[in-house]
Design a protein around this ligand. Sequence first.
Ligand code: SF4
Length: 267
Amino acid sequence: MSDSASDAVSFLPLGNAPQSSAIGLYARATAGFDARLDETRALLREAHAQYGDGLLQSSSLGAEDMVITALLAELQLPVAVATLDTGRLHAETLALIPQIRAQYGIEVQVFTPVADAVVHFVKTRGENAMYESLALRKECCGIRKLEPLSRMLAGRSAWITGLRREQSANRAEVPFSEPDGQGRTKLNPLAAWSWADVWYFIQTRAVPYNALHDQFMPSIGCAPCTRAIAVGEDFRAGRWWWEDENAKECGLHKSKSNEELKSGATA
Ligand code: SF4
C-alpha cells in the first residue's frame, strides 16, 4: 500500500467516523422535484413496457439505487433487481438485501466473483493490491465487479442504473438512455435528480438506506476503496481517493466490449 493510501485509511477509520444524519444533511424539497419524479416514473413504466423481462435494475445498494427499487415497487413493475457482492462490501451494504425483501417483497439477485479467480489474485497480488497501482486496482475490479456484471447482464436487453449528472464531472453528461456498447440499452432514470432530491424521496417514503451514508459516505463501494469525505469534498472523493481524478471509475459504466469487460483491462 502506498503511504498516501495508508494515511488516508487511518485518517477516518470506519468505526470512528463522525455520526450524522444523511436525511438531516441533504433532504430538501427543491423546485421541480414533482416534475422530475413524474418523469422518472414515466421512464420506468415505458422501459418495462418496451423491454419486459429483458429489463433489470443493477443496484449498488446506494441511495440512488434504493430510490429506484422503491419506485419499481411503488409502480408494481416486476423488474428483476440484482447486485454484485464483490466479497469486499461493508456489512452495512449487505444488510440492505434482507431489508429490501422485508419492505418491498423483492428478492435481490446476488452475483459474486469466480472464487478461483479471487483466490489466485489475492495469493499472487495480495489482499490489498488495489493500493499498489492503478493496473492492480483495475485487475481487482475486473475480477470482483466486471466479470460478475457480464453474467448479471447476460440475456438482458436493458439495464437500469442510479447514475446522476451531479455525481461527478465524468458523469455530467449522463443521458436518460444510452447504448452500453454491448448491444443493450442503459437507462439512467435519475440522471437529472439532485442529491437533495434523492434524500427527500428517501425521507418522505421511508426508504431503507445504507447506514454508512450517515457517516459522511455519499458514494459507497467496496470497504477498502471507500472512505468518508470531509466538508467541501466532491461527492465521489471517498472512492479510490489515492488515485488521479480521471481514473476514478471501476468500469461498470463505461461502454466496453464483452472481451474488455471480461478482462477488466480498461475498467
Ligand atoms: S472497488 Fe476496490 S476492492 Fe472493490 S473490486 Fe475494485 S479494487 Fe477491488
